[in-house]
Ligand binder design. Sequence first.
Ligand code: SAM
Length: 272
Amino acid sequence: MDERFAANRANWDDRAGLHATDTTGSYRIGKVLAGGSSLHALEASEIGDLAGRDVVHLQCHIGLDTLSLKHLGARSVTGLDFSPNAIAAARGFAARAGTEARFVEADVYDAAEALGGRYDLVFVTWGAITWLDDIFRWARVVASLLRPGGRLYLLEGHPQMNQLELRDGHLELEFDWRTPRDAPLVWDVAETYTGDARRLTATRCYEWLHPLSDIVNAIIRAGLSIDFLNEHEIVVWKAFADLVPAGDNQFALPPGRPRIPMSFSIGATRRT
Ligand SMILES: C[S@@+](CC[C@H](N)C(=O)[O-])C[C@H]1O[C@@H](n2cnc3c(N)ncnc32)[C@H](O)[C@@H]1O
């Protein structure tokens, strides 16, 4: 097994355990178990009509958004993630919520074989694609999961934001805009992003930054047509320590700092 894949899976397994017992409120567990939704206002306003749609949620983590999509009216929901702990937690939440959902453990690159079906909506949000080394391969997987007329909804941290680090109160350009496949960014971090004080043990993980043009071109080259590309001033994790709350578990740059796009969203359709 690829060393980077193994490290990332161990890291996410570790995080899944903490997030499934989240006490920071980041994951809105109680709300979802009560039949509500963990989606933020942003994605809820952009995903479009779910009624009668079969939805697959790639890199679904502990499945709370997957269950939310069902609560919001999807006909069926399927979540896929490569972390056994995340999938086990997702199945546990589905049982506790009494929500019908299918959860599959697999590498996202193997999604077509692992899922064996086609969908009306592929849903991918907040912190998914930087864990993947090949955005063009990912887009081909997405296209293969869609029926004709099916849509992709992608919402992610902005590549421009991802290039920056906060140093001595200033945002500094720290990372290249394009991470080579064979030279990923390497992190050793003992805390997860929710603010949970409990420590991770599998601290090593690897990430890849993808230029926005690569993401858009990957989607087009995979055969989808772009319906919208939006850029937003909020993100849903504390990407920099001095971000300020922007309501609904979202964060924005502090007043006085020049605005940059903090996230972006793409809607795309498989026409044939
Ligand atoms: C930040 S979380 C995504 C959060 C998600 N938007 C949600 O609904 O909570 C990233 C997820 O990607 C998963 N992941 C990372 N690499 C993967 C891969 N190659 N195949 C499948 N899942 C992967 C991790 O296990 C983790 O659950």
